[in-house]
Design a protein around this ligand. Structure first.
Ligand SMILES: [Zn+2]
Length: 494
């Protein structure tokens, strides 16, 4: 499958960028590698018998280019096994290597992976005492090969204390989640803007930047902030994830749709992305589940991560704080309760699901009045997948079999059938009058799905159905269009 992805049909090596950014060409891709990967090490330390084609490509390029001060930028989808691309070289190269992460949780995850592969490592983070740091430096000088897992702030602090020279000339310098250098550095992680300078000071044999999603502006930002404007070899896999089905839904009631989408057990585990902390707390209360945001204490966040990681049917309501590095493979549904603001962020967030390769449903719920710079992608009725990929610079995406604009998903919006049926058999009410009748206990006892709807949200839903011309308003009175009466067995066609 992955090999097919390299067949060129998907324009993996963006032609437009290939000249400028030093993309690998096909002849390079299929050229005979100078470096031969040791299968015994793969088996013994990583427990695998073979590499995916692009893993082999990235590893061999890293090892071949290191004598020339190699610079490699890898843009590879989440869950594609990218950490092996730098773990294998660390395992075979002598001297130390430095791994830079934006978050402590990611540093801890990487430490676990290194431990599992029996690669010696030290974790260097903020707040360490002089003795603790000295113990790390001593180990670095003693070990034949060792990985230093750290973050930009710690490297900067080391530079100020004059300790950075103790880490200089590493075999590899890896910057993971490199898009954060652009998206965070320019806002609230100014230390990221110093990264390019630190990279120069450290003088690594090879500098590698990894990210899962990068459009043109992020790619340019990475080149500027990490590679100081020098063009790296760039390996890019398609941003497409074939196992994700994108549903764009103009909701009648977002809350009720969320409950309906998550009702079947097969839809879980699930993550719901909200815009604000307040919204996550409200929705988590409503769904009787956990919320996750940057306002929680680190203990609370860890405890919720642990719970969700091991849960087989949990629902986590989160801000964008949940995401990077939380390696839960079997998430079946990701819901955005709002129109996303940027394509790379949206692909990052929806890409948290289906990492086991199984079917995953990504839902984007919206109301007409919402604004977003990329609203068109989800509302203009064109293929969502193609529009997303086009935004990422991929022009020749294959036929889409997984978006609600191309394939009817059979989903009926929460409340739609019930409200339509009521108006059909009780024509001539005002919107307010209809909403009042629909939200009485007598109606709920017959239409159990409507239980919990209040007058205000029912009114809003009716107004949306009127705007969409699914219901007609004549002299402020509601009617169903004639066509709805022509359908046998009460099933409507609109
Ligand atoms: Zn489509």
């Amino acid at each position: 499958m992955l090999f097919d992805n390299f067949s060129g049909k998907r324009n993996l090596f963006n032609k437009q960028n290939s000249k400028r950014a030093g993309f690998l060409t096909f002849s390079q891709l299929f050229s005979v590698y100078l470096y031969v990967i040791d299968k015994a090490i793969l088996k013994k330390q990583f427990g695998i018998s073979y590499l995916r084609p692009w893993q082999e490509l990235v590893i061999t390029r890293i090892l071949e280019l290191r004598d020339e001060g190699g610079k490699v930028l890898c843009i590879l989808p989440t869950g594609s096994g990218k950490s092996l691309c730098f773990m294998y070289p660390i395992a075979v190269l002598e001297r130390h290597s430095i791994l830079v992460y934006p978050l402590l949780s990611l540093m801890n995850d990487q430490a676990k992976r290194l431990e599992k592969a029996s690669i010696p490592f030290v974790l260097m983070k903020g707040g360490m005492t002089r003795d603790e740091r000295n113990a790390c430096f001593k180990r670095i000088s003693e070990e034949k090969r060792i990985a230093i897992v750290t973050n930009p702030e710690t490297l900067l602090a080391m530079e100020k204390r004059g300790e950075l020279k103790l880490l200089s000339h590493p075999a590899l310098l890896v910057i993971d989640e490199a898009h954060t250098a652009v998206t965070w550095g320019e806002n609230f992680r100014p230390s990221y803007l110093e990264l390019g300078r630190l990279v120069e000071l450290l003088r690594a044999d090879s500098t590698l930047a990894f990210t899962a999603t990068a459009d043109e502006s992020i790619t340019e930002g990475i080149i500027k902030h990490i590679f100081s404007g020098r063009i790296p070899y760039t390996v890019r896999d398609s941003s497409d994830r074939e196992n994700i089905f994108y549903h764009s839904l103009k909701s009648l009631s977002k809350q009720k749709d969320i409950q309906k989408i998550l009702a079947p057990p097969s839809s879980r585990p699930a993550v719901i992305f909200c815009r604000s902390r307040k919204e996550t707390e409200y929705l988590a209360g409503l769904l009787n589940t956990g919320c996750y945001h940057a306002g929680l204490t680190s203990e609370e966040r860890k405890e919720r991560e642990r719970w969700f990681l091991s849960s087989s049917d949990g629902v986590l309501v989160s801000t964008s704080a949940y995401g990077m590095g939380v390696d839960k493979k079997n998430i079946r549904t990701v819901i955005h309760t709002h129109l996303p603001e940027s394509v790379p962020d949206f692909l990052q967030e929806s890409g948290r699901g289906g990492r086991d390769g199984g079917r995953m449903d990504s839902w984007i719920l919206w109301y007409d009045e919402e604004c977003s710079p990329i609203k068109d992608i989800f509302t203009n009725g064109k293929c969502i997948r193609h529009s997303l990929l086009l935004h990422m610079g991929e022009e020749n995406a294959e036929e889409c079999l997984g978006c609600s604009a191309c394939v009817h998903d059979g989903y009926r919006r929460a409340g739609e059938d019930e409200i339509m049926a009521w108006v059909k058999w009780h024509p001539g009410h005002t919107i307010k009058g209809a909403a009042k009748s629909i939200t009485t206990p007598a109606f709920f006892s017959r239409w159990k799905n409507m239980k919990g709807w209040n007058g205000r949200e029912t009114e809003m839903a009716i107004k949306t159905l009127v705007e969409e011309k699914h219901l007609h308003l004549f002299l402020s009175r509601l009617f169903c269009p004639l066509s709805s009466f022509m359908i046998e067995s009460g099933k409507r066609s609109f």
